[in-house]
Design a protein around this ligand. Sequence first.
Ligand SMILES: [Zn+2]
Length: 319
Amino acid sequence: MNDGAKILIFRETHNSLLANSSFLGMMTKHAVVSLSINKKPFIMRKIIVTVAPVCHVGKEIPAECKNPLTPEEIAEDTINCYKAGACEVHLHTRDLQGNPTFELDVFRQTIGLIRKETDMIVQGSTGGLSTLTLAERCVSLDVPEVEVASLNMGSVNFGETVYVNTMPDLRYWAKRLDETNTVPEMELFDLSHVECATRLADEGVIHRPLHYNFCVGPGNSSNLSATGRNLAMLCSLMEPGCSWGITHDSMKDFSMLACAIGMGASAVRVGFEDSFYYAPGKRAHTNAELVERLVALIRMMGCEPATPAEAREMQHISK
Ligand SMILES: [Zn+2]
């Protein structure tokens, strides 16, 4: 076969994948980042690996799991995750005991230590507790190193209480994201949140192309349960050209992350904020262990973890 024929095959494969993915809304052209037309054509998907290293305060921490709390501990743990293949870290503004706070000292110090050793993307949050004010919930945007921040796409039951994210709240945080040139990662806890994202994009409050993070988990009147059927439903509602990732709260094994990668997710998250487990009954001792196992899975599935530079391009970060 001559080179011209090989290129033609590559183009057809490439276009077919993109057309198909556009129809399903499951994979964007940004997921396709590496190719060779001189030898056998191939497409290498890059996957953004995010780590959320700090367990929620009040949650029981098993004795064998080393939950980082001080800036030094969080930074050391995160740097180990970077070495294992993570390119992004999701951090909340916490005090030295891990309690949510709107004081930025510990947060700034932690980021400074991480950035001394890595070029990881820092993801802040506009989430936090419903009891905080709107300004307090998005205080992390005041830190220039924060390039991406979570933006919840609506209210949801959390156990017996309501996690409040009204439409005016979302517009307020979206405006702050714009003002600080921070890219939103839209957190979807429910099917209706997909339509909420579309509405805000149509209003011009958030900007296309959209990147969703499906926050699935235990279900039971909290978020959507972590099932392949729910992932498929969420994907079916997305508009073409979007990218998406998954956070599996209370994860017991990697099966849903594998499912998401197989369905075209471009981002996956692990870490003690979400779960200590990598297999039924088996807990990781550190966040880096979770990342190592996830990266091994990504490579087994024929993909590669994205570098921070690649992840910045995939998420349209220009800060
Ligand atoms: Zn979080």
